[in-house]
Design a protein around this ligand. Structure first.
Ligand code: MN
Ligand code: MN
Length: 325
């Protein structure tokens, strides 16, 4: 499984044409976690949509995102950041999942990330539905709760579904706060909108101290205002970035299970992410890409580009961190 590369560089497009070869995230080498001691940042797929409550399909996200990764290149056009020069990056493959058992899948995903965390690898994940962030946080945030910059149309802080089901893609951050993985007072949710099951749905998160910037306030604040507020909320502590593609308007990202009209533009979302430079980022994910609803691959291209934006942040942060030993 995987191989040990001599360099952790993407395969150059003038060595192997961009449309050729076996698809990996950003044309990086594929390395098994147990062989990844030299890897600084691991790109990981979680092919899972068992937490989806309506339109499924996000289990196919990682494969289509890897396919569209053929469009990725090496240097950020605006910031000049070259993540593959700053850090050893690799595709660590997909986590194990059990397509017919939610709790077994949560355990398998956490076990995979335990190995990643043990090797001091910063994870950047492609989902999968949004429930996958919970088992990632169970591995990543075991020692202390993190802050979070969360882009989404939905708060994902609901409690139960169909009576007693605790685990859906609408509940991960309620569980993460209950489990002490996520600090609600250092959590900011950006782009929230859409009709609710009831008006009370908003109360729990606000009562915990989450800063919710609904889409109307995003519009009023503008990109710079949203960035300033996000930075104020998360501060200097360890912070995770979670990007649900349904934060974007469905004209940009139709390939998702729970689209909500009136969302962010792709450009505003990229600029907001870029505004997070210098934060103490410990990992990130891009979730809810559902290829059956966008066979064109445009939503997956949005996800690849968003992952690259987050990768630049993680690489700059990792490179500036003091090296152990
Ligand atoms: Mn979500
Ligand atoms: Mn959502």
């Amino acid at each position: 499984m995987g191989y040990k590369p001599e360099s952790y560089q993407p395969i150059p497009g003038d060595v192997l044409p961009r449309f050729a070869g076996i698809a990996t995230f950003m044309r990086l080498p594929w390395v098994a976690p147990r062989d990844a001691s030299e890897v600084d940042i691991g790109l990981i797929g979680v092919p899972w949509d068992g937490g989806t409550t309506n339109r499924a399909g996000a289990r196919h996200g990682p494969r289509q995102i890897r396919d569209l990764s053929t469009m990725a290149r090496n240097a950020h056009h605006a910031t000049g950041i070259e993540p593959f020069r700053l850090c050893n990056c690799a595709d660590l493959g997909d986590t194990p999942v059990n397509p017919v058992d939610i709790e077994d899948t949560l355990a398998r995903v956490t076990e995979f990330y335990d190995e990643v965390v043990a090797q001091d690898i910063v994870p950047l994940t492609a989902g999968g539905d949004h429930l996958i962030t919970l088992p990632i946080m169970r591995a990543l945030c075991r020692d202390e709760p993190v802050g979070m910059v969360h882009f989404d149309a939905h708060t994902d802080t609901l409690d139960r579904y169909f009576g007693e089901s605790k685990y859906t893609h609408g509940t991960p951050f309620r569980r993460a706060i209950e489990e002490g993985l996520l600090d609600p007072k250092r959590t900011v949710q950006i782009g929230i909108r859409g009709a609710l099951y009831s008006a009370e749905d908003k109360h729990w998160g606000l009562d915990q101290g989450i800063r919710v910037i609904e889409i109307e306030e995003c519009n009023d604040l503008g990109v710079e205002g949203v960035v300033a507020e996000a930075r104020r909320v998360v501060g200097d502590g360890k912070t995770y970035v979670s990007f649900d593609v349904d934060a974007l308007d469905p004209v940009y990202a139709p390939g998702t299970g729970t689209p909500e009209i009136g969302g962010l533009t792709t450009l505003d979302a990229l600029l907001m992410l870029r505004g997070l430079r210098g934060l103490d980022l410990v990992g990130g994910d891009v979730v809810e890409v559902s290829p059956p609803f966008d066979p064109s691959g445009n939503t997956a291209l949005v996800a690849v580009t968003t992952m690259f934006e987050i990768l630049c942040l993680l690489a700059e942060r990792s490179a500036s961190r003091p090296q152990p030993g």
